[in-house]
Design a protein around this ligand. Structure first.
Ligand code: NAD
Length: 464
């Protein structure tokens, strides 16, 4: 506990003495971070393989490439984002000028989960640095080797009074959120998100919550079932479905269920190849607790439908084959929680409108996937539903565009990140108004309130 306070004191003292980090330092650190990540690529791959059995291809694309593109996006655009922005002056305020200064929030805390353990530490870190903050990072305890490589990279790139990494179990995070940080950026489950929000309220610390949820796929009659199955299968294959925006379940025309499941299985078999579950290209489930949780969920789902199916899995490598399950009842227990693994419930509809009405009774999900070639149907679904983000006719892609905000809605999260949105989350927008040498307009509001002042005031109230 002493160590936590020691690290926080180092950062907070330097914040009080030196404020945030300036534009030149931010650019310098972002460039250095890019260079060191490239330099440490093999060590990052090895750590991710040992922690999650993640292939180097997936590590390169989903952990390294994603953060490098975001660093480069920041480097290209930061000079615009940091500018003081002049705003228009309303007529009654003539004689003044106003502008907005983006300032670092100060000392910020980043708490990350295990599913993309590198990306989900570094992506908020680079936004926090772009905005000029000092940062404390708490990586996930469930990926200890990745947590160590993150610490190593941070120690190479940043002085201790700019960024520090504190590793440890949940009790470390629990202690940290009680401290008066100027912002807490949390990625993880909704359950813990609520605890973080309650702890932050004690210090009136602002928060960003990047949470999860049940992201649905809706396939309309106009769309090729084969293409939808292929795209959904890939999104469920990647990281073994342990992705916050992984498709959680599929709604499709009842008559197409068999075709969908057949196509899904064919694509999965092709992706796994001859080595099947031993494939080095397929990620494992994080730990036996989650492996068992998924098996329990599968058994409950099968029991509820009266099936006697076994889940194809390998306990030694903690791998579970991406598998569909046809669901007749919305009340099936698998519909009660985010699956966060490679199981995919498939629900047939005859009346899409009725299914959308049921969908709207769920918490607002992080993402929604619409597969349709009919623009009016796409617009209809967009108008009738809510979610953090949407990808149409593919999966996951809205996450990848740094010009789009990423984040949930309601139970799936609070606040947005990526690119400029990430910069904004870690910035305080300070409003400045300057009175010119002209006499101040406020003179008019000084008493005594003469009949003339009253007339002018009435005109102001009516027209401005
Ligand atoms: P988790 O909430 O169990 O843990 C995440 C972090 O919270 C860890 O660093 C842990 O140490 C810390 N923590 C645990 N208990 C705490 C407490 N009481 N107080 C403070 N901190 C605490 O989440 P997880 O299982 O690691 O992650 C899975 C969830 O994260 C899923 O729901 C998934 O959808 C969501 N997720 C969301 C995003 C997103 O960007 N929206 C990304 C990845 C994962």
């Amino acid at each position: 506990m002493e160590k936590i306070e020691e690290i926080c004191n180092t950062i907070s003292e330097s914040y009080l003495n030196k404020a945030g980090i300036n534009y030149k330092e931010r650019i310098y650190y972002l460039k250095k971070l890019e260079m060191v990540i490239l330099d440490q690529k093999v060590n990052i791959q090895n750590a991710l393989f040992q922690d999650l059995r993640k292939s180097s291809f997936e590590t390169d694309t989903t952990e390294i490439f994603t953060v490098l593109t975001e660093i480069r996006h920041c480097l290209r655009n930061l000079h615009h984002w940091v500018r003081h922005t002049a705003v228009l002056t309303p007529i009654p305020m003539i004689g003044t000028s106003s502008y907005i200064i983006p300032e670092p929030k100060g000392m910020v805390l980043i708490i990350a989960p295990w599913n993309y353990p590198f990306n989900l530490c570094i992506s908020p870190l680079l936004s926090a640095i772009a905005a000029g903050n000092r940062v404390l990072i708490k990586p996930s305890e469930f990926c200890p080797l990745t947590a160590e490589i993150i610490k190593k990279i941070v120690n190479i790139v940043f002085p201790k009074d700019v960024v520090a990494v504190l590793n440890g179990d949940y009790s470390v995070a629990e202690a940290l959120v009680k401290l008066p940080f100027h912002h807490i950026f949390y990625t993880g489950s909704s359950r813990v998100g609520k605890l973080i929000m309650a702890a932050a309220a004690e210090n009136l610390t602002s928060i960003t919550l990047e949470l999860g949820g049940k992201s649905p796929c809706i396939i309309d009659v106009s769309f090729s079932i084969q293409l939808a199955a292929e795209r959904i299968a890939f999104a469920k294959f990647i990281n073994a479905g342990q992705t916050c925006i992984a498709p959680d379940f599929v709604l499709l025309p009842k008559a197409k269920i068999k075709q969908f499941i057949d196509c899904f299985n064919t694509v999965v078999d092709k992706m796994l190849g001859e080595s099947k579950l031993q494939s080095k290209e397929y990620t494992g489930i994080i730990n036996s607790k989650h492996f068992n949780r998924l098996h329990t969920l599968w058994s409950a789902a099968c029991e509820s439908e009266g099936y006697d199916y076994t889940l194809d899995s390998d306990a030694s490598s903690l791998k579970i084959k991406p598998t569909c399950i046809q669901i007749e009842k919305w009340s099936n227990p698998i519909m009660n929680e985010e699956i966060f693994g490679p199981i995919l419930p498939v629900i047939g509809y005859e009346d899409l409108q009725a299914s959308i009405a049921v969908l709207n009774q769920f918490h607002r999900p992080l993402n929604l996937y619409i597969f349709s070639n009919n623009d009016s149907m796409i617009n209809h679904i967009l108008k009738q539903t809510r979610s953090g983000g949407v990808t149409i006719n593919e999966c996951l892609l809205n996450y990848c565009n740094n010009n789009l905000p990423f984040g949930g809605d309601g139970n799936s999260g609070l606040g947005k990140t990526h690119g400029k949105f990430g910069f904004d989350v870690f910035s305080h927008f300070r409003a400045v108004t300057k009175q010119s040498k002209l006499p101040s307009g406020l003179l008019f509001f000084y008493p005594p309130y003469t009949p003339l002042k009253n007339k002018i005031k009435d005109l102001l109230v009516k027209y401005f």
